[in-house]
Design a protein around this ligand. Structure first.
Ligand SMILES: [Zn+2]
Length: 284
């Protein structure tokens, strides 16, 4: 089920207070819906009942002259302090070290300001963290993901599986994350620009996921890439992301940003486009 709506921490609490009265005794082993909330650019919060995960959302510095959105001061503050939507934050994951997905300064700031949060970054981002002053002790909270092999780690009931997803020639290491929270699974591809053969060699074959989170340009007007998506993931909902705040010149021939988004939505059975900060959808 997909139903975009705005949700604040207060309304979540109110819901659970009400819910605990109404559904007492009706708890089953079925997976409950998990909230997927937009942070900025390709950044998302996966919010379960007791644990949550940020992927590519912890950023404070603009590296691209406004071409990509950053979280607002308020949202960044909540992330740094583990408050509001982020109070149960368990993991912060980064797909790759490009400045619109990963911010070493914001990462170190959060590490120093919180406890209980663990980090996953591609191995080639460790040097960036070290160059920005990450200490040996702080490094213990960071898992460096090797380029190539699959890996799995877990904490607070959240399971993270990592896969090698190529960003394309002459680009940094890019990690695809399959995250399972409360029985609902998400796959964030990062900046995917690769072939079916590469994904197959990385072990991504009909991989079941409730929601596949992917930059909107992969598979757009490209049958070969679209076939790679359909063979690589057994997905229910596709979440298209990484939209620029301003429409790009090439979008004009599709009727601007709205036209591009409409065309993408049409091409998938269940597609979700959420660009507004803090807006959430229920995924199950
Ligand atoms: Zn990138």
């Amino acid at each position: 089920m997909v139903s975009p709506h705005r949700k604040t921490a207060t309304s979540v609490k109110r819901f659970w207070r009400l819910g605990s009265v109404l559904v007492l005794g009706l708890v089953t082993s079925h997976a409950s819906a998990v909230e997927l909330c937009h942070v900025a650019n390709a950044g998302w919060l996966i919010k379960g009942n007791n644990a949550s995960v940020v992927i590519d959302g912890l950023m404070q510095e603009d590296q691209y002259e406004g071409r990509f959105a950053l979280p607002s001061e308020k949202m960044l503050g909540d992330m740094i302090d583990k408050t509001g939507l982020f109070e149960d934050l368990t993991y912060v994951l980064s797909t790759h070290r490009h400045g619109d997905h990963f911010d070493p300064k914001a990462t170190i700031r959060q590490i120093r300001n919180t406890s209980g949060v663990h980090y996953g970054v591609p191995a080639d981002a460790i040097a960036t963290l070290a160059a920005n002053g990450l200490t040996e002790v702080e490094l213990e909270r960071v898992t460096a993901i090797a380029d190539g092999p699959q890996s799995t780690f877990d904490k607070d009931g959240v399971v993270v599986q990592t896969f090698d997803v190529d960003h394309g020639p002459n680009q940094p290491q890019n990690v695809g994350y399959r995250v399972t929270v409360d029985g609902v699974s998400f796959f964030h591809t990062g900046d995917i620009n690769t072939s079916r053969a590469q994904l197959a060699s990385a072990g991504i074959n009909s991989l079941p996921v409730n929601a596949l989170i992917m930059p909107f340009w992969y598979g757009f007007q490209n049958p070969e890439q679209r076939a790679a998506i359909d063979a690589s993931w057994d997905y229910e909902t596709v979440v298209l992301t990484h939209f620029n705040p301003e429409p790009q010149p090439w979008m004009q021939r599709f009727g601007g940003m709205d036209g591009v988004q409409a065309s993408i939505k049409e091409s998938f059975e269940k597609a979700l486009v959420v660009t507004e900060e803090g807006k959430c959808a229920s995924i199950d």
